[in-house]
Ligand binder design. Structure first.
Ligand SMILES: [Zn+2]
Ligand SMILES: [Zn+2]
Length: 349
């Protein structure tokens, strides 16, 4: 039996677990709507680290990697519209299409998906040479697209979703709290469109510099600066119209509610289930502010993300810190992720 190298998650006794590089059997097409992909690139996500540390659930004995692109190598008998050799990207979150949320155009909240079905977390994913996924999860890519860059499409689709919910206008002062990989990818999307100014709030020096490199006009470090004073100085006392909280802890929510202008939109993007916050409802009513949650993305956001990558609208080179072979996933990839001195790391099998 032919084997392939894969990064497999093994649950620990209490919480989290280990990721091991192992030789596993090649996946096979079982259902008629299945597609066998040869993976060409798979991004490392902060979620992969969280899974190891016990901060995110995952199934035991599962191949991780949920940000992947590749080439169609075999299709099930009911797949009519994909050819062998087509370039594709996967939406790892398969949507059922018929639950109430799907039918109410809230497919990122699909009830089937919420039961734990994500490829690369609950089912075998992209840290391997091959992967089998249903046709419905795949988006066909333009022939000339770079498949390493295409590994950014999944996180980019979440950023597009966030940007759409923020409804950013040309006259808006925009703040992004947190310049981790997702904060920086969101910043890249915001920067494509005209706005008044973009301000990044970040503690880590390396990440703050990266934000400036990617087009932030101002950088505020809340550890050494008074955020509210700085914001009022920069915006001539106007405050901020759009705040994207890409961190999602109690402190960042609190910062957001100190700097928001009348009519502001606060987009809660970063997630921490332990975070709690206090808010005065009258601060919302009296100033017509909105607090909006942004959770992954819709199929239409994938289509837009593909367009942004294909048309080179995103600084892919600045967002991909390193491309490494899959066998270096643990010793180079995760190690670099833990230093926080990186944006995206892409593995190639
Ligand atoms: Zn991810
Ligand atoms: Zn659904």
């Amino acid at each position: 039996m032919e084997k392939m190298l894969a990064a497999v998650f093994h649950k620990g006794d209490t919480q989290g677990g280990d990721i091991k590089l192992e030789e596993v059997e090649l996946p096979r097409i079982i259902k008629s709507d299945h597609v066998l992909l040869e993976i060409k690139a798979c991004g490392i996500c902060g979620t992969d680290l969280k899974i190891m540390e016990g901060g995110h659930p995952a199934n035991d004995n599962t191949i991780l990697g949920h940000e992947f692109a590749g080439i169609v190598r075999e299709v099930g008998e009911s797949v009519q519209d994909l050819e062998i050799g087509d370039k594709v990207v996967a939406d790892p979150n398969e949507k059922c299409g018929y639950c109430t949320n799907c039918r109410r155009s809230l497919s990122s909240l699909c009830e089937y998906m919420a039961s734990g079905t994500t490829f690369g977390i609950f089912q075998n994913g992209g840290f391997a040479k091959f992967c089998v996924v249903p046709r419905s999860t795949l988006f066909k890519l333009p022939e000339n697209i770079d498949l390493t860059a295409a590994a950014l499409i999944e996180p980019l689709s979440c950023a597009v979703h966030c940007h759409n919910l923020a409804n950013v206008k040309e006259s808006d002062n925009v703040v992004i709290i947190g310049a981790g990989p997702m904060g920086l990818i969101i910043q890249s999307v915001i920067r494509i469109h005209p706005i008044k100014r973009l301000i990044c709030i970040e503690i880590d020096e390396w990440r703050g510099q990266k934000a400036l490199e990617l087009g932030a006009d101002f950088l505020i470090n809340p550890e050494s600066q008074d955020v509210k004073n700085e914001i009022m100085r920069i915006t001539n006392d106007a405050g901020v119209d759009v705040i994207i909280d890409a961190v999602g802890i109690s402190q960042t929510f609190e910062i957001a509610t100190k700097i928001w202008a009348a009519g502001a939109r606060l987009i809660c993007f970063g997630q921490d289930s332990r975070a709690e916050a206090k808010i005065k409802p009258n601060d919302i009513v009296r100033y017509q502010r909105r607090i909006i949650g942004s959770y992954i993305g819709y199929a239409e956001d994938f289509i837009d993300a593909i367009e942004l990558i294909a048309n080179k609208k995103i600084y892919v080179d600045k967002l991909i810190t390193k491309v490494i072979p899959l066998e270096d996933l643990l010793k180079t990839g995760f190690k670099l992720m833990k230093t926080r001195k990186c944006v995206k790391i892409i593995t190639t099998p």
